[in-house]
Write a protein that binds this ligand. Structure first.
Ligand SMILES: [Zn+2]
Length: 293
């Protein structure tokens, strides 16, 4: 393996710095500009991860799925009506649960850097995540609505985190692919639900730091990239992502924040593949500079 990309949902760079987590800081690190969803006014994980993988803005939201015909249509209609008639959330969530509606990452139709190289993945939000974690989103809903006690929710979340770490480390050790992409949702739900419990968050961040250390020990990679879609403050997404890399990247320039779309070319270059910038014709390069508009 030449390159290892570790996507960590909601990893907040300020907490990484506050707790001096060396492996989550690696050699170079910094904030990342991410797309802010127009309607919700905050970064949404499907949109940010799709944009990262495709190297261009892809507007995607979570998908709702049910085994019952038309249930998702009614659910969507309910949400639309609910915007006018309040209170809505509890009612429609309950109705949705009764109709067996499950939230999941949507399908991603865009070409991604995983298509441009020899790649493997564990927990790719748009490939194997839903299959590996079918109850990831419904579980948090049940918890906050009081149907699962908080300690039960926490231990189930931690079990999934252990399984992910185990499977990712196994893939790091055994893959024949040049690129391995993995994704960890643990810190997102941990911080949404337990944001007041600093000790628990610190423990979670510490475990994530140790996990990156274990990956470094297991992988003889040229580049290890840690990337986050947003941070978290008091249980809400912040508007900035985060990256850390095991070597200096030429995208970081003083005073200019790295954009999440920039990593597409960084990843291709780390695999000795032509980047999209190199592939551009002279006309495309000039047009990108605004010559032909
Ligand atoms: Zn979240």
């Amino acid at each position: 393996m030449k390159t290892l990309v570790i996507g960590i949902d909601a990893l907040d760079g300020r907490l990484v710095d506050r707790w001096r987590l060396a492996y989550l800081r690696l050699q170079e690190r910094g904030p990342v500009t991410v797309p802010i969803n127009k309607e919700r006014k905050e970064p949404l994980s499907p949109e940010v991860w799709a944009t990262f993988l495709a190297g261009k803005h892809v507007a995607l939201e979570f998908m709702f799925q049910s085994d019952i015909p038309f249930a998702t249509h009614l659910h969507r209609l309910g949400h639309a009506v609910g915007k006018v008639i309040r209170p809505r959330t509890g009612l429609f969530l309950a109705a949705g649960r009764a109709a067996g509606i499950r939230m999941r990452f949507p399908l991603l139709k865009e070409r991604t850097f995983l298509d441009d190289c020899s790649s493997a993945w564990v927990n790719n939000p748009f490939r194997d995540f839903t299959q590996r974690h079918p109850h990831h989103f419904s579980r948090v809903q049940k918890c906050v609505e009081g149907h699962i006690p908080y300690p039960v929710f926490l231990s189930s979340l931690q079990e999934d985190f252990s399984k992910d770490r185990r499977d990712i480390l196994a893939a790091v050790r055994s893959t024949d692919a040049d690129l391995l992409f993995c994704y960890l949702p643990y810190l997102d739900h941990l911080q949404h639900v337990f944001f007041k419990d600093e000790q628990l968050l610190r423990q979670g961040y510490g475990e994530m730091d140790q996990f990156v250390r274990d990956c470094m020990a297991a992988a003889d990679a040229r580049l290890i990239l840690v990337i986050a879609d947003h941070g978290m403050q008091d249980g809400h997404h912040t508007s900035t992502g985060y990256y850390a890399s095991s070597r200096a990247l030429d995208i970081a320039k003083p005073g200019i924040q790295v954009d999440i779309r920039d990593f597409y070319d960084v990843i291709l270059a780390s695999l000795d593949l032509p980047t999209r910038v190199e592939n551009k014709t002279i006309a495309e390069r000039l047009s990108a500079l605004g010559y032909f508009t």
